[in-house]
Design a protein around this ligand. Structure first.
Ligand code: GLV
Ligand code: GLV
Length: 317
């Protein structure tokens, strides 16, 4: 059985896949173009896909009727048309759990980098600009006693909340439903409008769906406090990036820490000019341990489906 891997993955995971079928792995140092992807998947029983691959009905058709499973190496699967695949009898799996801490660590790290001006300070020194310690020099703001507003209290949102608790923050959250974790976290469920108007930090942890696309638009940004900051480690299109650049330029919010972008790998050029913005290139899950675990989990999902078993992480349509 042919297993197509759209981009290089750790060797341990390739080994797992080799035991389940015949592996073809792209060795290109970039995402496959749609035409290349269609060609590569021809005859595949399984596709191991990355977030930059658009996997829709036409890709499934290019693979042919033998396609059983698409294992996306990510927790988010907005790049996969799950309904179109289900129609063709193809299962989709993702990699939840193994990237929770890594992503929350990065989100909290970005928050600290922003509020304590870490990246800006690094830039100042590298620019070899003169400086000296004084009591008013490069002041940031503290987190203790501030309110963190979490949009989407799933696994990663909860991990973010635990970190925030350790830093003495109050936690409010909004989302589609209440979470059983709220009592343990001391988190208060509020309407999104209240979250936006009261939080000092708004951190996004909801998946990208038609409902959450541009959830943070100009109206949401102007509802936020002028002293508040936005953290986005989920998916770029949850934020209207143009509206965010406008809001930051006008001082409607105080800053933003972004790991994801609306048109990756592009970044809205106006954001690059602002010292009130901290940017990383989609590094949420980028640790050796986590990326290895993600690839292994995707491989185990493929092996289960090809072996006629129920995979550990099927996604719901
Ligand atoms: C990465 O962005 C993921 O969804 O796992
Ligand atoms: C600051 O550098 C201090 O010693 O308080």
């Amino acid at each position: 059985m042919r297993i197509v891997v759209t981009r290089r993955i750790p060797e341990a995971a390739v080994e797992t896949l080799r035991q389940a079928g015949e592996v073809w792995m792209s060795d290109a140092d970039r995402a496959l173009e749609p035409g290349e992807l269609a060609e590569a998947v021809d005859g595949a029983a399984a596709i191991v896909s990355m977030i930059h691959d658009r996997i829709d009905g036409s890709v499934a058709d290019a693979a042919g009727p033998g396609l059983c499973v698409v294992a996306n190496v990510a927790v988010g699967y907005d790049n996969v048309d799950v309904a179109a695949l289900a129609e063709r009898g193809v299962l989709v799996t993702n990699t939840p759990g193994v990237l929770t801490d890594a992503t929350a660590d990065l989100a909290f790290g970005l928050l600290l980098a922003l509020t304590r001006r870490i990246a800006e300070g690094d830039r100042l020194l590298r620019a070899r600009r003169p400086w000296s310690f004084h009591l008013g020099f490069m002041l940031g703001s503290g987190l203790r006693g501030k309110t963190l507003g979490i949009i989407g209290l799933g696994q990663i949102g909860q991990a973010m909340a635990w970190r925030a608790k350790a830093f003495g923050m109050q936690i409010v959250y909004s989302g589609r439903s209440r979470s059983a974790a709220e009592a343990e976290l001391g988190a208060r469920f509020v309407a999104q409008e209240e979250l936006l108007t009261t939080a000092d930090v708004v951190s996004l942890h909801c998946p990208l769906t038609p409902e959450t696309r541009h959830l943070i638009d100009s109206a949401a940004l102007s509802a936020m406090k002028p002293s508040a900051v936005l953290v986005n480690t989920t998916r770029g299109p949850v934020v209207d990036e143009g509206a965010l650049a406008d809001a930051l330029t006008r001082g409607e919010i105080a800053g933003a820490a972004l790991d994801v972008f609306e048109r990756e790998p592009e970044v809205e050029p106006r954001l690059l000019e602002l010292d009130t913005v901290v940017l990383t290139p989609h590094l949420g899950s980028a640790t050796v341990e986590t990326r290895t675990a993600m690839a292994q989990l995707a491989a185990r999902n493929v092996a289960a489906v090809l072996g006629g078993e129920v995979p550990p992480n099927p996604v719901r349509q």
